[in-house]
Design a binder for this molecule. Structure first.
Ligand code: SF4
Length: 711
């Protein structure tokens, strides 16, 4: 296959999904630029994107398959045939309930579909989940409960039409910088545009806000209900119209009316006067766009936080209108695409559900598997999957394109899960992932630029990436690796169906897009030819369709009644009691919240090799308010331990009045390879939201100790 001298590809980092143009000389990227004509970034990129070419000189790059003959032995070079046979034999011999796949929102859609077909279709195993569970599953549950379908109603272009931005639990300036530039630009064009930021920390995003509401951990739901109540009390809402336009709206308004605004303010942790002032920005028919991310989602009440954000748009009667609506920001470049192929434990392709018999039968027919071969039971979601493996319930665990040792809560249990599972398969591009150390089989994959493939960004925009570099050594595209294992299992079974006989990623895409015909995420009109010519937004049901920027025109959604649903009393009550599952007490008086910094990406497997980026923060740190630092007897620059109910981590203290008193912030990027106590997920809680199964990574009880005392 020939290699182009320049190519366009989706940035390998965040869910903004910027398209970058790389100029190539020899087999190296010489320059990366953003073309003003390319959606969605129109000439903009951030430093991570501009420096994304440096990841190709990763000294830890995996370039050939590796096999460990026995647990504890060395990883030794192997051929692809040996590696594939080892994995295929293990998967074919193990009971379907004792195998699992844990993937990533950084895999392209073709690979995500191939994994879903292999596990749910061929093996009859629904234990497939991904790091999207840590990232977006509360947004999935929130959208699905309210609208009858996953996927955001609006698009990035709504930013240019909005009057008010409610940014909750999202440090966009650091983590979605190109999109935040559009928010800032909107303020230049429209000086009356307002920004309200809800975040315990005074982040770089909060520094641009008209109102920064430093919410207490666990205080988001009462804060959002306060804003809703303020709208109603100000006479801004047509209650009869709201009740008529929603399912459950009248009862929801009754419960809202029973809330005491002072009590809501107290529970939010924000002074009433600040809340009153922020609420006024919602008045007067202003177009509200809410933008939210991990602070909303990574919570034991994450689904209800999403629902309360959606309620605000419903109250204002703004669903489906330009410049309005709830918009969940995805963390990774293809978290949306993974949801479309149904890679989470409860899903099937095309936003189908394993629990729905008609959905299972449709996919069994499509895949040519016997009726009843897809299990009706949702598989184990991420936290449950690793709990089960740690308890000895798993024979084969295949991890692809993610680093659970660094990113899952309660890191020591993740390590135990990997130690205890007889065959751990790790498919990745770099040995810099801490998870590779636990692998029995290592499968070296191509990274961005070395493969062509398709991704969907936060606004449902589907973008095809070019291949413009030769991959090193024996690296292969992810979809090829999965297809090879699937083919080997079929051969072993004497099954001549050839379900994995794809010759290229375009074959995989063609098959996948047909699974979405007539579904909410209808991509059937996105032929390879059209995607080669440029991106398209779904729904796009036929090859002549232009794509869809906004869904739910007129407020009509995909529930049975076509009306949006409001949250129920039971859900509100349950969420209230679960405000924080791992609460502070006398022994652990502070609340730890984890997050990201602008210069790093996830567990640093890429950014650690980019010197300019890696130098910016200098290493892991704990950001703490001056009062809490004084109480703990630590000062700026000290080495300190943060100790919680599950473990401890050590880092440098940063004393800052940007921290909320009582809260400690730590980035989660640094893990075991940065030091034995660098992994902050040794502390985090595995409590999960009951609807989304998303873990509460944003709040766990800790105390700070001087390292000398700790030792
Ligand atoms: Fe990449 Fe996100 Fe930066 Fe765009 S904003 S260049 S997608 S990291």
């Amino acid at each position: 296959m020939s290699v182009a001298r320049a190519g366009k590809a989706v940035c390998p980092y965040c869910g903004v999904g910027c398209v970058l143009t790389s100029t190539v000389e020899g087999n190296a990227v010489k320059r990366i630029r953003a073309d003003p004509a390319d959606a969605p970034n129109f000439g903009m990129m951030c430093p991570k994107g501009a420096l994304a070419g440096e990841v190709f000189s990763d000294p830890d790059r995996l370039t050939r398959p590796l096999i460990r003959r026995e647990k504890g032995g060395p990883l030794e070079p192997a051929t692809w045939e040996q590696a594939i046979v080892r994995v295929a034999d293990a998967l074919a011999e193990a009971p379907a309930d004792r195998v699992a796949w844990y993937g990533s929102g950084q895999l392209d859609t073709e690979a995500s579909y191939a994994f879903t077909k292999l596990f749910k279709g061929l093996l009859g195993c629904n234990h497939t989940d991904t790091n999207s569970r840590l990232c977006m599953s509360s947004a999935v549950a929130g959208y699905t409960q309210a609208f009858g379908s996953d996927g955001p109603p609006g698009c990035y272009a709504d930013i240019e039409e909005a009057d008010t931005f409610l940014i909750l639990g999202a440090n966009m300036a650091a983590n979605h910088p190109v999109l935040f530039n559009r928010v800032r630009r909107r303020r230049v064009v429209e000086p009356d545009a307002r920004i309200v930021v809800v975040d315990p920390r005074r982040t770089r995003t909060a520094a641009h806000a008209d109102h920064h509401l430093a919410v207490a951990p666990g205080g988001d739901v009462p804060l959002l209900r306060f804003l809703a109540r303020a709208l109603v009390d100000a006479g801004e809402i047509d209650a009869a119209a709201f009740a008529a336009a929603t399912d459950g709206g009248a009862a929801w308004l009754d419960r809202l009316a029973a809330e005491d605004p002072d009590d809501l303010a107290r529970r939010s942790g924000v002074p009433r006067a600040q809340l009153d002032a922020a609420a006024e920005t919602l008045f007067g028919g202003r177009k509200l766009m809410s933008l939210y991310c991990m602070g909303a989602n990574q919570s034991a009440q994450g689904t209800l936080k999403n629902r309360e954000l959606i309620h605000l748009s419903l109250l204002l009667g703004q669903l489906g209108r330009p410049g309005c609506g709830p918009f969940s920001l995805t963390g990774q470049p293809n978290a949306m695409g993974g949801r479309e192929v149904g890679y989470l434990a409860h899903q099937l392709p095309g936003y189908r559900l394993v629990a729905e018999s008609a959905d299972r039968e449709a996919m069994e027919r499509f895949w040519g598997t016997v009726r009843g071969s897809i299990s009706p039971e949702p598989g184990r979601a991420a936290v449950e999957m690793f709990k089960a493996a740690a308890a000895g319930a798993t024979d084969v665990l295949w991890v692809a394109c993610t680093n659970p040792v660094a990113s899952l809560p309660d890191a020591e249990r993740t390590r135990e899960a990997l130690r205890r599972t007889p065959l751990v398969v790790v498919q990745d591009v770099t040995a810099a992932s801490e998870t590779v150390a636990y692998a029995d089989v290592v499968l070296p994959a191509c990274q961005w630029g070395e493969k062509a493939g398709t991704m969907t960004n936060s606004e449902r925009l589907v973008v095809r990436s070019d291949r413009f570099l030769e991959a090193p050594g024996a690296c292969r595209p992810d979809w090829w690796i999965v297809a090879s294992v699937g083919h080997a299992i079929e051969e072993r079974r004497g099954d001549a169906a050839g379900r994995f006989a794809w010759a290229s990623h375009e074959d995989v895409w063609d098959e996948f897009r047909r699974t979405t015909t007539g579904r909410p995420c209808d991509l059937a009109g996105m032929t390879n030819e059209r995607l080669r010519a440029g991106p398209l937004q779904w729904p796009c049901p036929d090859p002549g369709h232009p794509g869809t920027a906004r869904r739910y025109a007129g407020g009509r959604v995909l529930t049975a009644s076509s009306k949006p649903r409001t949250a129920g009393e039971t859900q509100e009550t349950a969420a209230r009691s679960a405000a924080i599952c791992d609460a502070a007490d006398a022994a652990f008086p502070l609340v730890l919240t984890t997050g990201r910094v602008a210069s790093q990406w996830h567990s640093r497997t890429k950014t650690r090799h980019v010197a300019v980026l890696d130098a910016q923060e200098g290493g892991p740190f704990f950001e703490v308010h001056p009062d809490d630092a004084a109480a703990a007897g630590v000062t700026h620059g000290d080495r300190a331990a943060v100790v919680g109910r599950r473990g401890r981590a050590e880092a440098t203290v940063r004393v800052s009045d940007e921290a909320r008193p009582g809260c400690v912030f730590s980035p989660f990027h640094w893990a075991d390879s940065a030091g034995p106590l660098a992994n902050v997920n040794q502390l985090t809680s595995d409590a999960v939201d009951p609807a989304s199964q998303q873990p509460e990574l944003k709040a766990c009880a800790v105390r700070i100790e001087k390292v000398e005392e700790a030792r």
